[in-house]
Design a protein around this ligand. Structure first.
Ligand SMILES: C[S@@+](CC[C@H](N)C(=O)[O-])C[C@H]1O[C@@H](n2cnc3c(N)ncnc32)[C@H](O)[C@@H]1O
Length: 552
């Protein structure tokens, strides 16, 4: 670092005496930034490069608050919030997060998608992918598919498919030494070279999956030039269809320009023997970005925003206007219900009769075709597939997807205020998912979550899943009990205890029954946390054992 940084080295070195700052990012799928600021139990200082990010003070432990379990915020190192901001994700995008576990950046992407478009999130390592799937569920993400694959396998299934890709690459971790001593212990002199070889392959696969006109962000949390400026220089040499987007400057003074002169000084021949003397080329590589621990309040990070050109005579746009396959809920028992269908931004009112009419097979056919979820014009729901049968455990007989769908719809009409639901219904064993992608897209890939896991069929009944509850807004549930975070009840719920709750506290706005028994969405200060079953003053706890609060 001394030879790289020259005059800056002393300042860089002394930054290692500072305590690293902690951060949290508000999960806007669950609560707005403004509402969280009002009710935050911690003092918050905004992080300049992330609108929803805040520094938390020294000694603050946001992981030990019920709000963490309600998915209100993600605890994230402040500099790690920058790459997704640079990716400029918008609702409706098709996004790939290629090296995603444990999911900090994926949950940030999902919040930006706000339920429209979809996210394919992946990690190579099976154990880390489990943590990724858990975070996708805790943070209430509905439109993500979780994969555990090698990037080249995904590339074979998704050529030029995504319009935004994040490559938060495995790296030698030099930028994290101050915060995480494990990174320091694992580092060897050979680490940058070893990681650079992996990064190169990952970038190549990502490039194949990016649609023309799309953007990808490459990021690392390391300093070594061969994993950063050098990596991008080599990539651009082989990919003239890509260029870098500049983001540093007066609008974003926290970013320092990439160090193009390091390419020539440190013998990265592959990237630039002829490049070193080429001012235009050097200026291009300087468009890469760094966050330095001695210049900003955050750890060391590198980022490059890469845009793929649109060839002349390019075809249709690869940006999806949000997937919306609207299916009405059948089996409604509450008299005349008017349902709302959304199509092309228009909201149209329809009556109950049309709900029943539209469940006929031919109507179902039309719904899938017109919804346009898949660019290939393939339909969403497919009936009668041999591979998609669930086992009725009590009788040992099988039931098909039609029956499973019926059970789901009955649950919805009894317990939720939904008048439609979105996605391709998928059955895996007895588990039901609403997937943002048709099955064909995922064939042959290791799928950890095909979409939003909404529940399972057991003993001929639909049992709602914890991720279903975690992603619901309170107004989507027919019965809600709110627990105050400072009453002690919230922690008792999170520990799995049974609670006594008077009938008057079961909030059920549009349910006229005197006995509001059944599944109840439990919220903590207004944010969904899980299910309970209420009857006669007793709340049976449905919070999953594996997720329970274990601290004292
Ligand atoms: C820097 S971490 C990702 C952190 C994550 N983006 C986040 O914000 O929480 C890099 C990840 O890449 C994964 N990884 C390593 N080699 C990979 C490969 N060839 N393809 C995909 N992921 C890989 C590692 O398991 C690790 O989880």
């Amino acid at each position: 670092m001394k030879s790289l940084l020259g005059d800056d080295f002393e300042q860089f070195q002394s930054s290692y005496n500072d305590t690293p700052l902690g951060g949290l990012r508000v999960n806007t799928l669950k609560i707005s930034r403004e509402a969280f600021q009002k009710q935050s139990p911690f003092a918050l200082t905004p992080i300049p490069w992330c609108e929803t990010g805040f520094y938390t003070g020294e000694g603050v432990r946001p992981g030990l608050h019920p709000y963490y379990h309600a998915g209100m915020y993600y605890i994230q190192e402040p500099s790690a919030m920058a790459p997704v901001e640079l990716l400029n994700v918008e609702p409706g995008d098709r996004v790939l997060d290629l090296c995603a576990a444990p999911g900090g950046k994926s949950t940030q992407i999902a919040a930006k998608l706000a339920g429209r478009g979809h996210l394919v999130t992946n990690d190579l390592h099976p154990e880390r992918t489990k943590a990724l799937a858990k975070n996708i569920e805790l943070y209430g993400v509905r439109n993500a598919v979780v994969l555990n694959e090698a990037p080249e396998a995904i590339a074979a299934s998704f050529p030029e498919y995504f319009n935004k890709i994040l490559i938060d690459a495995p790296c030698s971790g030099e930028g994290m030494f101050r915060k995480d001593e494990d990174m320091l212990r694992h580092w060897t002199e050979d680490s940058p070279r070893k990681y650079a070889a992996m990064q190169k392959e990952i970038l190549e696969s990502a490039a194949r999956m990016l649609a023309p006109g799309g953007t990808m962000v490459y990021s690392t949390c390391t300093f070594s030039p061969e994993e950063n400026e050098g990596m991008i220089a080599v990539f651009l040499k082989h990919h003239p269809e890509f260029s870098l987007l500049s983001k540093a400057g007066t609008e974003a003074p926290w970013f320092s320009a990439g160090e193009s002169q390091w390419l020539s000084e440190h013998g990265l021949e592959e990237a630039g023997p002829d490049a070193a003397g080429d001012a235009a080329w050097m200026a291009e590589i300087s468009k890469t970005l760094r966050l330095w621990p001695h210049r900003v309040k955050g750890e060391g990070h590198f980022m490059a925003v890469l845009c793929k050109e649109v060839p002349e005579m390019a075809g249709a746009s690869h940006r999806e206007e949000g997937y919306r396959l609207s299916l009405p809920v059948t089996g409604v028992s509450r008299g005349q219900l008017s349902m709302t269908l959304q199509a092309g931004g228009e909201r149209r009112q329809k009556r109950l009769e049309s709900i029943h009419a539209s469940t006929r097979p031919e109507a179902k056919h039309q719904r899938g075709a017109s919804a346009g979820m898949d660019p290939g014009g393939r339909r969403g729901f497919k009936g009668g597939r041999g591979s998609e049968r669930v086992l009725k455990q009590d009788t040992g007989t099988e039931i098909g997807r039609e029956e499973a769908e019926g059970l789901l719809q009955r649950f919805i009409s009894d317990n939720l205020s939904w008048e439609e639901y979105h996605g391709y219904l998928r059955l895996h064993g007895q588990h039901l998912y609403l997937s943002p992608l048709p099955e064909e897209r995922l064939q042959g890939l290791k799928v950890v979550r095909a979409g939003w896991y909404v529940g399972s069929v057991k003993h001929g009944r639909f049992q709602p899943s914890h991720p279903l509850a975690a992603a619901l807004q309170p107004e989507e549930a027919r019965r809600v009990i709110n627990l105050s975070s400072d009453s002690g009840e919230a922690v008792r719920y999170l520990k799995g205890e049974t609670l006594e709750i008077a009938a008057g506290r079961v909030h059920s706005p549009d349910f006229s029954s005197d006995e509001p028994k059944g599944y109840v969405l439990i919220t903590i200060d207004g944010c969904s946390a899980g299910w309970g079953k209420w009857q006669s003053g007793i709340l049976k706890n449905e919070y999953p054992a594996a997720w329970r609060w274990t601290s004292a």
